[in-house]
Ligand binder design. Structure first.
Ligand code: ACM
Length: 721
């Protein structure tokens, strides 16, 4: 009922917003001189906006004023820094500046209640997050029931700022705002690739400016354990370091050790305390994830007694995918995990602790006589019940520490722990099941909210080939019909996940996060969907990224199709089983080529190749290590028998069973982990446009040979090579 009312109100507001923004930006007109058309490009869209006329001019000397009880130093410091850093404005500069206005923050004594379902126990204290902002030419007043609301009022104020005729102005406006959902999150995977604490601070800063409030921090996985645990120092001494996959990394010898250079890093408890406090001052709760019982290889490399296998690998592995390594079910292992969680709760004061629970393939438990005996002792009749026992036990431990457990939707299997919250990632089915059984849930489903998918078909950014655009994210329904009206109160909110297998650097994290995070923020915060309005406001958001020095993804204009030349990204994959945009295996330093390839079937179609004047085909190829744990699916990868030891690139015409028109031996490329242009192969011209099918023969799935680009040489161009 409440939501329906807000929906109607917001639609009206968005109409006004769209009209204002259109008036301001339409047809690339110069910035308007009439102050009444100052753009109101706030993201996420506020619940209610009433635009007035005139502006408040923000300048050196604009004073900040704080009502009773407001943490003026903290809030004022934040806002002053933000205005200084982004626009060079020195708010509250000393001295008597004539005609300078006042920005005032006031606490309202709890009048504005929370709009989202802030049930007792979700957060340590139930945050309001609501605020109102009223501006006139001389004064801006931001009021809220608590410091979170005031913070968001300050964020909105910053977004309202625009430059008009040389001055920074805030339009005269009245805003009433409150969020739709309590949980508005991003997952950052710091296990697959490590990001330094300075970057995480920056990421938190930018999240806060989207009114996102949960940083789900994925700290442990097969490929690394990144969180310092005092009681178990080997977790980070050993578990935080690995030799990256592939021959190039193996050949990169560290002179200090005489062994391959290790990749990695970890967060000390001091780092974590600093980051948690930093996030908290920006209304962001960090929810740490310690994944169990699967994704455990790094912990097992550090402490082999945790393993099911008698002799587990002593090295932290560098493959992506799903390893079969699970924690065993010994009392000592539960004790280890409880000890770890005991330190985790001292570091992370938020209510929720995430224990993973995903992708724990049960083969090792099934095959182990010892685990089977433990299952009988514990009364688990199958491996799902064993996992359920595991998670229930962790929940009990966390409850004893005053915390709540959250896990991926696999924790539903074998019976959900009594008070567990379910993060639904395999679509929304987990959320539907959780809500139906009276459990809280966060919607974070693939494919749409998986930000390791690329935002568009970009040739430079690695990631999953299938895309999830900013519009796809915006269209995501956070309260799907499959969850009945009565159960919707269990939807805590939404989250997008930035898995970093293929996102090696902080810059790439930013590229994958923004501006899709802006769409996510609006899905989680705003009561109404309005794609047209959002896209009108988006350019202002992109300008903000620029002033914040944040990299973001902006779709390039489509390029005309070239009938003579294609990169792998401009070709069609024959299949998209595990389709990735992958980096080559060149040494880590320096730029690396990025190829589009289905690792299950490296096969490309050059659609519409003009063969009428073609006399030769030039192929540039590269290679990437096959570092994927895909279980039995590996048997499905086709291998075509090579004629030469290194294999060949084969080119067929019209389809993949068509006439073979060229065979290019790979020998010249075999020792080169970067891109190699193979000697040209002669081809005979034939009339018209044809599809070319490109595949490799090879003895083994490793390396993955890939196309970088194909060029058709024509009679006209022949001899110019
Ligand atoms: C997941 O993507 N394994 C949660």
């Amino acid at each position: 009922m409440m939501q329906r009312r807000m929906t109607v109100a917001n639609r009206t507001v968005m109409g006004v917003l769209a009209a204002l923004v259109l008036a301001a930006c339409g047809d690339k007109a110069p910035l308007p001189s009439s102050p009444t058309s100052t753009p109101i490009a706030v993201i996420p869209a506020p619940r209610k906006v009433e635009a007035g006329s005139g502006v408040f001019v923000v300048k050196e000397g604009t004073r900040l004023e704080f009502g009773d009880g407001v943490e003026g130093e903290r809030l004022g410091g934040y806002l002053t820094d933000l205005f200084q850093k982004t626009y060079g404005i020195g708010l509250g500069a000393s001295g008597n500046v004539p005609a300078a206005g006042v920005i005032r923050f006031e606490l309202t004594g709890g009048a504005a209640g929370p709009a989202h379902p802030c049930a007792p126990g979700i957060w340590a204290s139930c945050p309001s997050e609501s605020y109102s902002l009223a501006s006139s030419p001389s004064r801006i007043v931001i009021s809220a029931a608590d410091s979170r609301g005031l913070f968001y009022g300050a964020v909105t104020l910053w977004q309202l700022l625009s430059k008009q005729q040389g001055s920074f102005v805030v339009p005269v406006v009245t805003i009433e705002d409150s969020p739709r959902f309590a949980w508005r999150g991003l997952l950052l995977d710091s296990a697959r690739h490590y990001q330094p604490p300075e970057f995480i601070r920056k990421f938190i800063d930018v999240m806060a400016l989207h009114k996102l409030n949960v940083l789900h921090w994925h700290l442990t996985d097969d490929q690394a354990w990144r969180l310092e645990i005092k009681k178990y120092p080997r977790l980070t001494e050993v578990g935080a370091w690995r030799v990256p996959a592939g021959p190039a990394a193996a050949a990169d010898i560290d002179p200090a050790t005489g062994k391959p250079r290790l990749y990695g890093g970890f967060y000390s408890q001091e780092d974590v305390r600093g980051l948690v406090a930093y996030a908290r001052s920006r209304n962001i709760t960090i929810v740490p994830e310690v994944d169990m019982p699967g994704h455990a290889s790094a912990a097992i490399a550090a402490y082999p007694k945790l393993a099911v296998l008698d002799r587990p690998s002593a090295d932290v592995p560098a493959d992506w995918g799903v390893y079969p390594n699970l924690f065993n079910a010994e009392e000592a292992t539960f004790k280890f995990l409880e000890d770890v969680l005991a330190e985790v709760v001292t570091l992370f004061p938020g209510q929720y602790i995430h224990v993973g629970g995903d992708e724990a393939v049960k083969d090792q438990w099934q095959a182990s006589r010892r685990v089977q005996a433990r299952m009988r002792e514990l009364g688990a009749k199958d491996e799902h019940e064993m996992q359920s026992y595991f998670i229930k036990r962790m929940e009990k431990f966390l409850a004893g520490q005053g915390r709540r457990l959250i896990g991926w939707d696999e924790i539903l299997e074998g019976g959900l722990a009594p008070n567990a919250t379910v993060m639904s990632w395999r679509g929304i089915d987990g959320a539907v099941a959780a809500a139906a059984s009276g459990h809280d849930t966060v919607l974070s489903p693939q494919p749409t909210l998986y930000f390791d998918r690329r935002p568009f078909d970009t040739p430079t950014s690695p990631g999953r080939v299938q895309i999830s655009t900013v519009e796809n994210v915006y269209a995501f329904d956070p309260a799907p019909a499959a969850i009945g009206e009565a159960q919707r109160k269990h939807i805590l909110g939404v989250q997008a996940n930035i898995w970093t297998e293929h996102i090696r650097t902080p810059e790439r994290v930013e590229f994958m996060a923004f501006p899709r995070a802006a769409a996510l923020a609006e899905v989680g915060w705003s009561a109404t969907k309005d794609w047209a309005g959002f896209s009108e406001r988006l350019p202002a958001q992109l300008e903000r990224y620029k002033v914040l020095d944040v990299r973001f993804a902006e779709a390039p204009l489509p390029r005309p199709v070239d009938p003579f030349h294609r990169t792998s990204h401009e070709m069609v994959l024959c299949t998209e089983k595990i389709a990735l945009s992958l980096e080559d295996d060149a040494p880590v330093a320096g730029t690396r080529a990025v190829f589009k390839v289905d690792i299950m079937n490296p096969c490309w179609l050059f659609k519409g190749a003009d063969l009428s004047k073609a006399t030769a085909l030039v192929a540039s190829v590269g290679q990437a290590p096959f570092n994927f744990q895909i279980g039995d699916a590996v048997k499905e990868i086709p291998l075509h028998r090579p004629a030469t030891p290194e294999g060949e690139l084969e080119v067929r015409v019209d389809d993949c069973n068509g006439e073979r028109i060229a065979v290019l031996p790979l020998a010249p490329a075999a020792g080169n982990f970067a891109v190699t242009t193979l000697p040209a192969a002669s081809i005979k011209p034939r009339e018209g446009l044809h599809d070319l099918c490109l595949t490799f023969t090879r003895k083994s799935i490793d390396p993955i040979w890939t196309i970088d680009s194909i060029e058709l040489k024509t009679t006209r161009a022949a001899g110019t090579e």
